[in-house]
Write a protein that binds this ligand. Structure first.
Ligand code: GCW
Length: 835
C-alpha cells in the first residue's frame, strides 16, 4: 500500500471510530447518513471525477449528492465537470444524451423514471455510467449507487437497470395551516406555521431530498380535510415556495382541495360541479396555479366524507366532481387523485345489513368507465381504515377502466403512533401480493395498481406520511423504516420485507452484522407482535375509536354510527359479512376469493371475525377456541414485546448512544403498554363471554397490589372508564397540592424483586412520583409524557420499573405522588416480581 493511501485509510478509520463511538445521532440524516464505509470493495477503482452531461436542476442535485456521498463514505473529493471524458469518471446522463456519447451502448427500453447503472473497467481506468430515462432517473440512479456503496456491495460488475413499477409514488401530509398535523406523531409541520408557509423551508427541502432518494416523485402537503383558504391567491403564492424547495429533487407539489372552494373562496352561489360557472372557476384556478407552479402535480380530493362537502350535495356523483377538476388540470398535465374513503358515519348499528366496509365498492364500482383518463381513484388498502388487520379492499379488483392508486399509512394512526414498534412492510407486502382474481387468476394488487391489468394509464401508491419537525422525522427512530419501505415498494413491489428491512438497517445503523441481524429480526416480527396484543382475528384494532385511536378502548367501536363494529355480546363475536346471511360484503370479491371468505372452512383465522359472527367456543383451524386464542395471543404478544427490549439491549455499544437510548426508552414503554392492552382485552372478553382463561392467568395477577387497596394518605379511589383499562377497574388519584402517598407491606419471601408501578400520565401537566423502601428514597420519576388523553384511561396508563431491590417480608413500600398542572398523579397498582 502506498503511503498516502495508508494515511488516508488511517484517517478514515479514525473518523469512523469517532463517529461510531462518540458522536450522537439525532436521526435527522435518516438513511442518508453517508457514514464512513470501511472495506468498500469498489474503493480502489471507483472513478475520480464526475462528468455531468445533463444540466437540469435535478441532475445538478444528483452530482452534488454524489460528491457529498463519496466525501462522507469514502473520504474522497470528486470534482464535477461537464467535459465529456472517456475514462475515470462517473457519467451522469439521460438516455437520449447518452447515445451521443456512447453510440455503442444499446440501452433497453427505460420507462418512467428508470435508470441504468453500468460500470466499465478497462486498462486500470474505470467509468460508472448513471443513465437516466429522464433527469429524475439520473437522480434516482445516483441515490441507488450511493445506497450500494453504503452497503459495501461489490460494484465491479455493476450493470443494473431499474424501472419503477408505477408512475404515482406520492406521499401525503395531513398538515394544517396552523402547523398542527392531523394524525401526526412527530412534532409540528415542516411546511406551515400560524396560518402561513414557513419562512424557513430547510426541513421541507431536506424532506424532498429524503423522498427523492427512494424514488418518491410527488408530495401533497396539506390535510385532505382541506382548509378552505388553500386555493386563495395569497396562499398559492406561499405554497409556490414549497414547490421551489421540492423542485431540485424532482418532487412535485400536490394539494388537497375542498370541493366547496368555488363557493367558499370563489364566492359563487354554488359549488355544483356541473354548473358551468363552477367549471370555469376551477379552470381559471388551475391556470393561476400553473402560472406560479409550472410543475404542479395535481389535486387530492376528500369529498362527501366525514363532514367534507362533496358532489352529493347537488345529487352529483364523484365522477362529476373528479372530471370537473380533471378538465381544469388536463391542459397543464395535472391529475386528480379522488379518494374513495367515502362512507356514511351515521350508520344505524341496529341494522344487521348495515356495513361500512361495503361503502367504497358500492359507491365507486358503478362509476367505472365514467372517469376521465387523468383521474385516479385513491383507495385505502383495506375497506375500513388502516386497521392492524383488514382484508384487501375489494374495490382494488373491481375497476377495469379507471386508474387506481393504493393508499397506505406510514404514520401509525392505528398501529401504535410510533410509540410502539410496528414495521408495516410485511402487511403491505401481503396486500400487494394478494390475488384478487380480477379478470383471471394471477392478478395481484401490485399489478392492478401499476395499471398492468386492464392497461390503465396511471396508477401507483400513496402513503400518508405525516413527518414532523422532530429531529428524526417520525418520532421513533425505528419507524422511519416504514417510510423507507413504502417508497421502496412503490418503486418495486417485488422486493421482500426482509430485503427492505436489512437495507434500511444498514443505511441507518451501519453494516455491523449483529446490528443488521437484530434490527431486521425485530422489525420483521413487530407487526405480528402488535397485532397479537391489540385485537384478535381481524376484529379490528380494539382502540379508542372515538378519540385518540391509540390505547385500548374496546366498546368505543360498538353501538355508534361509525361502523367499526365487531358485534360482540355474551355469546359470540364478529361481523357477519357473508352473502348467505350477512351484509353481503363478501360478494364484492371475485368468485374464488369470495368463496374462500364465505365458508368457515376456508376463511383464514386471521380474518375470521371480520367475515363471520361466531360463538366464542368456535374452533379455529389451529384447533383452539376463539376465546382461548384471544387470551393466548394477547399473553404471547405482551411477552414478545418484552423480548424486543432484550433484543435491543444486545446492541448497546454497537449503535450510537443517542439513538440507542431513545429506542430503548420507547421499547420499554411499549412493553409496559402491551400489558395494559393485554389485560384490557383479556379481562373484557372474560367478563363478556363468561368463559374463563383455561390457563388461569386472566384476572389473577400474583404479586400485583391494587393501589385502591393500599394504605392511602390523601389519595382517593376512583373508577376508571372504560373499566378494563385499569387493573380491577379502579385506581387512585391525588387532588392535594402537597401530594399524596400509597403504601403497602411486602408479604413474599426474601429476595431481589423488581417493582412495576402502573401510573397514569395525563397530558394536562407533569406529576412526580417517588418510591421509598422502608422510608428510604429508592427511585423518582416524572409523568411528563404527552400521551393522547387528559384522563386516566388506556391511553395514559404507563409502567415504570424500579429495581430489582432486595426485599424482605414486612418491608414497607411507599409511593408518593405529587400532582402537577392537572395531572393527578394517578396510580393503578404495583406489581412485585422476580426478574
Ligand atoms: O383514519 C381516518 C382518520 C382521519 C382522517 C381520515 C381520512 C384526514 O381518523 O383523521 O382524516 O381517516 O383518511 O380522511
Amino acid at each position: 500500500m502506498t503511503a498516502p493511501r495508508f494515511l488516508r485509510l488511517l484517517c478514515l478509520l479514525l473518523v469512523f471510530a469517532l463517529v461510531h463511538h462518540l458522536s450522537a445521532e439525532s436521526g435527522q440524516a435518516a438513511w442518508l447518513r453517508y457514514a464512513p464505509v470501511e472495506n468498500q470493495p469498489a474503493d480502489v477503482w471507483l472513478p475520480h471525477s464526475i462528468v455531468l452531461l445533463d444540466h437540469s436542476l435535478v441532475a445538478q442535485s444528483a452530482a452534488s449528492e454524489l460528491q457529498r456521498g463519496l466525501r462522507g463514505m469514502l473520504g474522497r473529493e470528486v470534482p464535477v465537470t461537464d467535459v465529456p471524458r472517456s475514462e475515470d469518471a462517473f457519467v451522469l446522463v439521460t438516455v437520449t444524451e447518452a447515445q451521443k456519447y456512447f453510440p455503442w451502448l444499446t440501452p433497453a427500453s427505460m420507462g418512467g423514471d428508470g435508470f441504468w447503472l453500468k460500470a466499465l473497467r478497462q486498462r486500470g481506468r474505470s467509468q460508472v455510467l448513471i443513465i437516466g430515462a429522464n433527469s429524475r432517473g439520473v437522480l434516482y440512479g445516483t441515490f441507488a449507487l450511493l445506497r450500494r456503496i453504503a452497503q459495501q456491495q461489490d460494484l465491479s460488475h455493476l450493470d443494473d437497470r431499474e424501472v419503477p413499477s408505477a408512475p404515482i409514488r406520492w406521499v401525503d401530509q395531513w398538515d394544517n395551516p396552523d402547523g398542527s398535523i392531523e394524525r401526526g406523531y412527530a412534532g409540528r409541520s415542516v411546511f406551515f406555521n400560524q396560518g402561513h408557509v414557513r419562512t424557513d423551508l430547510t426541513r421541507a427541502a431536506e424532506y424532498a431530498r429524503l423522498l427523492a432518494s427512494v424514488g418518491i416523485n410527488g408530495c401533497n402537503v396539506n390535510n385532505v380535510n382541506a382548509a378552505p383558504d388553500v386555493l386563495s391567491s395569497s396562499s398559492l403564492r406561499e405554497l409556490a415556495r414549497i414547490a421551489d424547495a421540492f423542485r431540485p429533487w424532482g418532487v412535485r407539489l400536490a394539494l388537497s382541495v375542498s370541493m366547496a372552494s368555488p363557493q367558499t373562496i370563489g364566492h359563487l352561489s354554488t359549488f355544483d360541479p356541473l354548473d358551468p360557472q363552477v367549471a370555469a372557476w376551477w379552470r381559471s384556478k388551475a391556470d393561476e396555479i400553473y402560472s406560479l407552479i409550472p410543475d404542479f402535480a395535481g389535486f387530492t380530493v376528500k369529498a362527501d366524507s366525514e363532514g367534507q362537502l362533496g358532489p352529493s350535495h347537488y345529487g352529483r356523483s364523484p365522477a362529476d366532481a373528479a372530471n370537473t377538476l380533471a378538465r381544469a388540470l388536463r391542459p397543464h398535465g395535472g391529475i386528480v387523485l379522488y379518494r374513495t374513503f367515502v362512507y356514511n358515519h351515521h350508520l344505524d348499528w341496529r341494522d344487521p345489513k348495515a356495513d361500512r366496509a361495503r361503502a367504497a365498492y358500492d359507491i365507486f364500482h358503478p362509476l367505472d368507465g365514467r372517469f376521465d383518463s387523468n383521474v385516479v381513484l385513491q383507495i385505502k388498502h383495506g375497506p375500513i381504515d388502516f386497521q392492524t388487520r383488514e382484508p384487501v379492499s375489494p374495490l382494488l379488483g373491481a375497476l377495469e377502466h379507471t386508474s387506481e392508486a393504493m393508499e397506505v399509512q406510514v404514520t401509525q394512526e392505528y398501529t401504535g403512533q410510533q410509540r410502539h414498534l410496528c414495521f408495516l412492510v410485511p402487511m403491505w407486502k401481503e396486500v400487494l401480493d394478494f390475488d384478487l382474481h380480477a379478470d383471471r387468476a394471477g392478478t395481484p394488487v401490485k399489478d392492478l395498481i401499476a395499471g398492468k391489468t386492464f392497461h390503465r394509464p396511471l396508477g401507483g401508491m400513496v402513503a400518508v406520511a405525516n413527518v414532523g419537525l422532530d429531529p428524526n422525522w417520525l418520532g421513533h427512530p425505528l419507524a422511519m423504516a416504514n417510510l423507507y419501505g413504502f417508497a421502496r415498494l412503490a418503486w418495486d413491489p417485488d422486493l421482500s420485507a426482509q430485503q427492505i428491512a436489512e437495507e434500511w438497517t444498514r443505511l441507518t445503523f451501519g453494516n455491523d452484522p449483529q446490528v443488521v441481524r437484530t434490527i431486521t429480526a425485530m422489525q420483521l416480527a413487530s407487526w405480528h407482535i402488535y397485532e397479537s396484543y391489540t385485537g384478535p382475528l381481524g376484529a379490528g384494532t380494539m382502540t379508542d375509536i372515538l378519540g385518540s385511536h391509540y390505547g385500548p378502548g374496546i366498546e368505543s367501536a360498538e353501538r355508534n354510527g361509525w361502523g367499526q363494529w365487531f358485534r360482540a355480546d355474551h355469546q359470540g363475536i364478529g361481523m357477519d359479512r357473508t352473502v348467505a346471511t350477512g351484509t353481503g360484503y363478501i360478494g364484492q370479491y371475485h368468485r374464488p376469493v369470495a368463496a374462500m371468505y364465505e365458508s368457515l372452512k376456508t376463511c383464514p383465522d386471521n380474518l375470521l371475525l371480520f367475515m363471520h359472527h361466531v360463538p366464542y367456543t368456535e374452533k379455529l383451524h389451529s384447533g383452539q377456541t376463539v376465546i382461548q386464542h384471544i387470551f393466548d395471543t394477547h399473553y404471547q404478544g405482551a411477552e414478545d414485546a418484552a423480548h424486543l427490549v432484550q433484543q435491543w439491549q444486545t446492541l448497546k455499544g454497537r449503535v450510537d448512544e443517542e439513538r440507542y437510548a431513545e429506542v430503548l426508552k420507547r421499547l420499554t414503554y411499549q412493553a409496559g403498554h402491551a400489558i395494559v392492552w393485554r389485560d384490557a382485552i383479556c379481562e373484557w372478553f372474560q367478563r363478556t363471554s363468561g368463559i374463563a382463561d383455561e390457563k388461569g392467568r386472566v384476572g389473577h395477577h400474583p404479586g400485583r397490589i391494587e393501589a385502591e387497596s393500599m394504605q392511602l394518605d390523601g389519595y382517593t379511589p376512583v373508577n376508571v372508564t372504560p373499566w378494563e383499562t385499569a387493573s380491577g377497574g379502579k385506581a387512585v388519584a391525588c387532588n392535594r397540592t402537597s401530594g399524596c402517598s400509597a403504601s403497602f407491606q411486602f408479604q413474599g419471601n426474601a429476595g431481589r424483586y423488581a417493582l412495576a408501578a402502573q401510573y397514569f400520565d395525563l397530558n394536562t401537566g407533569v406529576a412526580h412520583f417517588r418510591l421509598y423502601l422502608n422510608g428510604k428514597l429508592m427511585d423518582a420519576w416524572a409523568a411528563d409524557d404527552t400521551l393522547p388523553s387528559s384522563k386516566m384511561d388506556g391511553n395514559t396508563s404507563t409502567r415504570h420499573i424500579t429495581g430489582p431491590l432486595p426485599l424482605a417480608p414486612g418491608d414497607t413500600i411507599r409511593i408518593e405522588g405529587l400532582p402537577g398542572g392537572g395531572d393527578v398523579a394517578g396510580l393503578d397498582d404495583v406489581e412485585v416480581y422476580r426478574e
